[in-house]
Design a protein around this ligand. Structure first.
Ligand code: NAG
Ligand code: NAG
Ligand code: NAG
Ligand code: NAG
Ligand code: NAG
Ligand code: NAG
Length: 402
């Protein structure tokens, strides 16, 4: 679908041609019209009435012809399930005894099954830390032992549920923390759903639609193990068939919403009505994200992993033991520039959704500049013409005055 991808150029030195701008405008417009414009969104923490309480968040986003189900859970490593159906009446069914058993297959189902158009999952498996000062090691540096996110304990998301902003926050720290690195720290997954399109106030200000859900990952207050620690997050996803989803990079000339970031990265599953993950390759070292605290976020290529990924019961419950997992690393920051060490803080955001990924049209500021740049000669001609036409008439109005 990305037939009209903008070619890249050095955005600082050469101005794009008017023709290119025009074609960008043309191809940006219709894409925004696809999908449902608004959805009725509900967030529910599904309780296990018999067993110990577990964090299982169900986001149901109902449109006129479709329902999206997002299931976020910290059962095992933090994971998200995305199921899109072509009816406004589909429902999620949870069989807790099965979900918590050693054979969870069938513990999570969406009915009616034949309404399912697309389904996939993301699993956040490990948090890596590197010593970027170790010149002998290749970037991002010498790795410290990783934190396995399946061995974290998490807060009660029921207490964090905000039905007004449609958010819920998972806050966790390692169950076993011998060095006390997380004594005052936590890893935070803030999930937000949307009933219509818009853009948050906080950078990177990703454009969202009612077909998406946003995740903000923040690492805050954890003591780094070195003076210049870089962190990375390992993300695993289900492939469609034998192939891994594809990773793409889109370029934009407009950086108004994300200063100095001219790219948008996307992960696309390849089926027809497909799903996507989208993010800007930027993370922030301060809560008030801005140009001074922006650090690069680098994604490694997707690969089917050789090592044994921690199992997510939620993913197995829905997909069975079929497990072609593809994984990649997101590395935040570089050895120079802003970093986690500034304030022991980093945050990064992404969107998960179905259909066509939101495409940034030009911001009003850039449109204004373009209108002036492209339209100035035309405006001058028009103004000149009007003056010639109206000018003499106006003089004539003054003539009767004595
Ligand atoms: C979370 O808190 C709610 C009430 O605030 C309680 O009913 C539920 O059992 C708790 N869940 C967990 C996972 O502790
Ligand atoms: C929803 O379904 C109706 C009737 O089947 C159809 O006319 C309409 O285009 C559909 N809307 C969307 C957004 O797919
Ligand atoms: C849940 O799964 C168990 C088997 O693991 C089964 O015995 C039980 O009937 C199921 N419950 C429902 C409500 O489907
Ligand atoms: C955690 O915070 C307390 C109080 O602010 C402080 O005394 C302690 O040193 C901190 N621990 C770590 C590991 O940063
Ligand atoms: C951190 O920096 C201090 C002072 O620059 C140095 O003494 C210390 O050895 C460094 N620690 C590590 C783990 O590199
Ligand atoms: C992520 O990085 C770590 C540390 O370099 C490495 O061990 C792991 O295999 C990487 N994972 C993927 C999926 O590339």
């Amino acid at each position: 679908m990305r037939s009209c991808k903008a070619p890249s150029w050095d955005s600082e030195r050469c101005a794009p041609s008017p023709m290119l701008l025009f074609s960008l405008l043309l191809c940006a417009a219709p894409l925004g019209l696809l999908g449902e414009e608004t959805r009725q969104v509900s967030l529910e923490v599904i309780p296990d009435l018999l067993g110990p309480p577990e964090n299982l968040l169900h986001i149901r986003a109902v449109g006129s012809n479709s329902t999206l189900h997002y299931v976020w859970s910290s059962l095992g490593p933090p994971a998200a399930l995305l199921v899109a159906t072509n009816t406004p009446h589909s429902v999620l069914h949870v069989n807790w005894s099965r979900l918590l058993s050693s054979e969870p297959t069938g513990g999570l189902m969406v009915f009616p099954e034949d309404s399912i158009q697309f389904s996939s999952a993301l699993v956040f498996t490990r948090l890596f830390e590197f010593d970027s000062t170790d010149a002998a090691a290749k970037p991002p540096g010498k790795p410290y032992p990783p934190y396995s996110l399946s061995k974290f304990s998490w807060n009660n998301i029921t207490d964090s549920l905000d039905l007004v902003t449609l958010t819920a926050t998972f806050q966790g720290h390692p169950t076993d923390d011998p060095t006390g690195a997380f004594a005052n720290g936590s890893l935070i997954f803030k999930v937000q759903a949307f009933s219509k399109s818009g853009r948050p106030d906080q950078p990177p200000r990703l454009l969202h639609t009612a077909d998406t859900c946003q995740l903000e990952v923040a690492l805050t207050g954890a003591s780094p193990r070195g003076n210049h620690s870089l962190f990375a997050l390992e993300v695993a996803t289900l492939g469609q068939g034998p192939d891994c989803p594809s990773m793409q990079e889109q370029h934009s000339i407009d950086d108004e919403y994300a200063p100095a970031v001219f790219q948008l990265n996307q992960l696309l599953w390849s089926s027809l009505l497909s799903g996507f993950v989208q993010w800007r390759p930027v993370a922030f070292s301060q809560k008030q994200g801005g140009r001074e605290s922006a650090m690069p976020c680098q994604a490694s290529p997707l690969s089917t992993t050789a090592y044994h990924l921690p199992q997510s019961p939620v993913v197995r419950a829905f997909f069975g033991s079929r497990s072609i997992f593809c994984a990649f690393n997101l590395t935040f920051g570089a050895s120079t520039g802003p970093g986690y060490w500034d304030q022991n803080y980093l945050s990064w955001s992404m969107l998960l959704g179905v259909g066509t990924p939101p495409v940034d049209t030009f911001s009003p500021l850039v449109l204004g500049i373009m209108a002036v740049a492209l339209g100035a000669p035309g405006l001058m001609l028009l103004a000149g013409g009007l003056f010639l036409l109206l000018g003499p008439k106006r003089y004539s109005e003054y003539q009767p005055i004595n």
